[in-house]
Design a protein around this ligand. Structure first.
Ligand SMILES: [Zn+2]
Length: 239
């Protein structure tokens, strides 16, 4: 995950404000009727630009053709009797652009896997919260973890939702709800770390790493590199 800053000056933000004014709802965004497709594409394009064209959860590179709109507060989510999901269904700040969650063959990941949980569970691993993103790390084997590495079996022992402390909830989101440690994602991240290690395997290690870091920290042609945070976190640990 990479920290996302919401941009209120985008076309997509404006489109949703206009829709709110005429009492529209999310079906006006997602359905393929009249000008709705147009709204969906504009909103999704704004989200993609905001995120540098990487999935808000797994950081795979995405574009208009292979991404979808995700609600941070799930559309059916109710908290203490309040229909928070409905209230935020066309709130731009509640939207993320995500991949289709199909990289891991038989398993789903990202919002496709979260769909099973979002009725009763809010999102704890929220990419809009920088303090959380700062504490997400990656092992050299490509596993994503929060604060300190805890074995998967320990996390899976935790029950689905309403765990008392926030750290456990964030871990449960990364590991179970979003399934970000599915085999293929882990392997892809491990390969990137291996490549960076190899590149920096010479006498001028720090210099090379610093150069790489500045490359991965910025957008190139509006786009971040796939899995950029994996590289950034690895290099920061090494220099
Ligand atoms: Zn994803």
């Amino acid at each position: 995950m990479k920290f996302i800053v919401k941009n209120k000056s985008t076309k997509g933000y404006q489109r949703l404000l206009d829709l709110k004014r005429v009492n529209g709802n999310y079906s006006n965004v997602k359905n393929d009727i009249s000008q709705s497709d147009y709204i969906r594409d504009e909103v999704l394009t704004s989200l993609l630009e905001e995120q540098g064209f990487i999935c808000a959860y797994c950081m795979r590179q995405i574009d208009l053709s292979n991404s979808t709109i995700e609600h941070i507060i799930g559309q059916n989510y109710i908290e203490n009797g309040q229909e928070l999901g409905k209230e935020n269904q066309i709130n731009y700040d509640n939207f993320l652009a995500v991949c289709k969650g199909t990289l891991c063959r038989s398993q789903l990941h990202c919002d496709k896997n979260r769909a099973n949980y979002q009725k009763e569970r809010p999102l704890f691993a929220n990419p809009l919260k920088n303090i959380i993103i700062q504490n997400i790390n990656f092992s050299e084997k490509g596993a994503v973890y929060y604060k300190n590495f805890i074995k998967l079996e320990e996390i899976s022992k935790l029950k689905n939702h309403l765990i008392s402390d926030e750290d456990s909830n964030i871990r449960y989101d990364l590991e179970v709800v979003l399934n970000l440690n599915c085999q293929n994602l882990k392997e892809k991240r491990a390969l990137i770390i291996k490549a960076i290690k190899k590149l920096s395997d010479n006498g001028r290690k720090k210099e090379v790493l610093k150069k790489l870091l500045s490359k991965y920290e910025i957008k190139n042609d509006n786009k971040y590199s796939e899995f950029c945070e994996v590289v950034i976190k690895y290099i920061i640990k090494k220099i």
